[in-house]
Design a protein around this ligand. Structure first.
Ligand code: CMP
Length: 230
């Protein structure tokens, strides 16, 4: 275990890296162009959108809904890399480098996507070169987040990983810092590389100590200075 007893995970430790969604960086005219070049697709909850290892050359922009991006092994275990929501995009990696999909993507709720083919993406960039810069900026943010995750996985124990992930997912809602994602404890376990039972125990401990309050569909962070270890 790391020597982290005297430290705490302040909210600023993880929230600063939250990416700015793609859509909000485009003007209405640019958005209209992107819309005209893409096809709208609707998926129900729990639908497979992309499968790790398969070929594909389309980029998906999330109009509404939520997806999880994950990698899995042959025993069905999965590691969730990221939860993405409205304004985010995915599928850009294979579209750019023409390699197989780096991860799988499934919907966590009914979702609507705008799908851009490689050819349509090139057309969009031709007309609005700024789109390439925006995509590059978002990719850089994702590498930063991935670096942070590697650090968390390598340097923190499970307790710290759960605390850090809760802070990463939390957003202000009516003056409360809440994790409102429709995430099961199994999903949370898959985000921190631990068993569901272990995550359940840690959430209970954080709740008993007054740091969080666990309701059926959400977790409220009462004291954002979450302890990084027991
Ligand atoms: P692609 O490889 O085409 O298909 C899977 C997609 O998952 C990938 O493009 C990215 O859009 C997304 N993805 C992969 N790794 C991450 C990550 N660490 N964070 C966010 N999104 C990711």
């Amino acid at each position: 275990m790391q020597n982290t007893k005297s430290r705490s995970l302040g909210a600023g430790s993880s929230t600063g890296l939250k990416a700015v969604p793609f859509f909000t960086q485009l003007t209405e005219r640019e958005l209209e162009l992107v819309r005209s070049l893409s096809t709208e697709k609707h998926y129900p909850k729990n639908a497979v959108v992309l499968t790790e290892g398969e070929m594909g050359d389309s980029l998906f922009m999330i109009r509404s809904g939520k997806v999880k991006v994950f990698i899995g092994d042959q025993d069905g275990r999965e590691m969730i890399l990221k939860i993405l929501g409205p304004g985010d995009f995915f599928g850009e990696m294979s579209m750019i480098d023409k390699q197989p999909r780096s991860a799988s993507v499934t919907t966590l709720e009914p979702s609507v996507f705008l799908v851009l083919s490689h050819a349509a993406f090139e057309k969009a960039i031709e007309q609005v070169p700024r789109i390439a810069t925006i995509v590059m900026r978002i990719l850089a943010q994702r590498v930063r987040e991935a670096d942070k995750k590697i650090g968390t996985l390598a340097l923190m124990d499970v307790y710290g990983r759960v605390a850090s992930t809760l802070l990463e997912l939390a957003v202000m809602d009516n003056g409360k810092l809440m994790v409102g994602e429709k995430l099961s404890q199994q999903d949370l376990a898959n985000m921190v590389g631990a068993s569901r039972e272990m995550v359940n125990r840690i959430l209970k401990d954080l709740s008993d100590r007054g740091f969080i309050s666990v309701e059926s569909k959400s977790i409220t962070i009462i004291n954002r200075e979450l302890p990084p270890s027991l």
